[in-house]
Design a binder for this molecule. Structure first.
Ligand code: SF4
Ligand code: SF4
Length: 471
């Protein structure tokens, strides 16, 4: 038992030695957060790795082109086999709606999980500060270095970090541009200095933006620039689970004296480790804060402290306000707010699935000539004129033909038997359609135009009218 006390004593001394160095974020000092291992730290590395797709995704090929390509100049989005043209943009709106609501539902259940684990700003900042930690030393050394006057010695320490930051910033710019044009050609154009003005502008904007936002502004972006940080409050309620300090268990906080808790004190030993690791400089013990990105790194820190002083973990943990106040709580699927959000998400997802299932490779639009509606030919037949627009949304040129059905003996004239529909393009055609006067029994008769592929399979159709004189 006495050994354990001595152990706790030395652990506490170790904690307090550095605790005086940590201050709260007031915006006038660079936050140098301490990096500590823990399960949420590991989880953060794992979720951060999702962004590798951003860097490597553009190099994935599909057939003779990039697997995912947002081809803005040609107004086409290629996603593997799928080509989305401006006509299908409603589906893109549903995709955006789906992700917006997904963000809302996750926020209402577990706070700013997106900020803590997936947001490019917090992730790039985390990578930049990791490099800083490796090249300039721990937070105490960095604070000291910041205070030193500028000189050659300081430049020698600082320069490698800035070079590394700039390289990552440039790679970010190139990777962003690569989603909108052929990635390999883009590299070639940059390396031979023959890239377009737009490509250089994107690279410049992203390099400067990433360098400044992740290198210098860091958590200030979350505090002052991020609109999501401003609106998150309306998505929270008393049952939203967030990294939270168990004030009932922790207060009254007080330092250990000789490895022992003082009389009447709670479990918080006021070591400030939770503040030390916070990338936004928040003191979670003061309650919910708009600067908290719910990264849960303070949970790792506090758990390690509790382990050192022989107390149960979870003084800071994921918990909702009701739980902390000892009130009954409901699982998320019984709460109105997440249920409403999930319903909207299901509707949006159904629309997307419907759109994908019904998205044709070839689309046909038909316009009837209004002036005149029909012409009676000298041979007694009735002629109508139609204009066709055939959109080829597939990934290859197609040999197609058009036919009309619905009236016996319909005949298309003035149009070639087949035509070449260029991929991603609209083919405009017109035709005179002839019908025998005798088969027309009314002023308007239904007629269906069909587009056939080279094997004679109907790939698109359009219902229209054939006009003739009254009997
Ligand atoms: S909450 Fe935990 S990490 Fe924070 S000061 Fe108290 S004991 Fe230390
Ligand atoms: S208070 Fe905790 S969860 Fe919130 S940002 Fe700081 S370390 Fe992350």
């Amino acid at each position: 038992m006495s050994d354990q006390k001595v152990d706790h004593q030395s652990n506490a001394d170790e904690l307090y030695e550095e605790s005086g160095q940590w201050t709260l974020n007031t915006g006038d000092e660079t936050i140098h957060a301490k990096r500590m291992p823990g399960k949420f730290r590991s989880l953060k590395w794992l979720t951060m790795s999702v962004w590798l797709v951003f860097f490597f995704g553009p190099y994935l090929r599909w057939g003779d082109r990039q697997a995912v390509l947002f081809d803005i100049p040609n107004r086409q989005f290629h996603i593997f086999e799928l080509t989305i043209l401006p006509q299908d943009v409603w589906m893109l709106s549903l995709v955006l709606l789906f992700f917006a609501i997904l963000l809302a539902v996750v926020t209402s259940i577990a706070g700013r999980v997106f900020c803590g684990y997936f947001c490019f700003q917090t992730i790039w900042t985390d990578i930049f500060t990791w490099i800083e930690d490796k090249l300039e030393g721990n937070p105490a050394k960095r604070r000291k270095l910041d205070k030193e006057p500028f000189g050659l010695a300081k430049l020698k320490v600082k320069l490698p970090k800035h070079v590394a930051w700039l390289v990552i910033s440039m790679l970010t710019g190139i990777s962003f541009a690569a989603w909108f044009t052929d990635a390999f050609k883009l590299w070639h154009d940059y390396l031979t200095l023959s890239a377009s003005t737009l490509a250089w502008a994107v690279l410049g904007a992203f390099t400067v933006g990433t360098y400044v936002l992740a290198g210098f502004m860091r958590e200030q972006v979350c505090f002052w620039l991020c609109p999501y940080a401003r609106i998150q409050g309306v998505m929270y309620d008393r049952e939203t689970i967030l990294p939270a300090y168990d004030f009932k268990r922790g207060e009254k906080r007080g330092r250990l004296i000789k490895g022992k808790q003082q009389e009447g004190h709670g479990d918080c030993v006021d070591c400030n480790q939770c503040v030390a690791v916070c990338p936004t400089g928040v003191d979670i013990r003061t309650g919910q804060h708009e600067g908290c990105i719910t990264c849960a790194l303070c949970i790792d820190a506090c758990d390690s402290v509790m382990e050192k002083i022989g107390k149960p973990k979870g003084l800071i943990r994921y918990a909702c306000l009701d739980e902390l106040e000892g009130k009954p709580t409901k699982p998320f699927y019984k709460r109105a707010r997440p249920l409403v959000y999930i319903t909207i998400m299901i509707l949006a997802a159904s629309g997307i699935i419907y759109g994908l299932a019904n998205m044709a490779g070839i689309e046909l639009k038909v316009l009837h000539e209004r002036q005149p509606l029909y012409i009676q030919q000298t041979d007694g037949s009735i002629m109508n004129k139609y204009y066709f627009k055939v959109l080829n949304k597939t990934n290859s040129d197609q040999t197609l033909s058009i036919r009309a059905v619905g009236i016996d003996g319909l005949e298309l004239r003035g149009i070639s038997a087949s035509f070449n529909a260029v991929k991603g393009d609209v083919s405009s055609l017109s035709a005179f359609v002839h019908a025998d006067r005798d088969v027309l029994t009314q002023e308007r008769t239904d007629v269906i135009f069909q587009v056939l592929d080279s094997e004679g399979k109907v790939v698109a159709e359009y219902a229209s009218m054939f006009f003739g004189p009254t009997k």
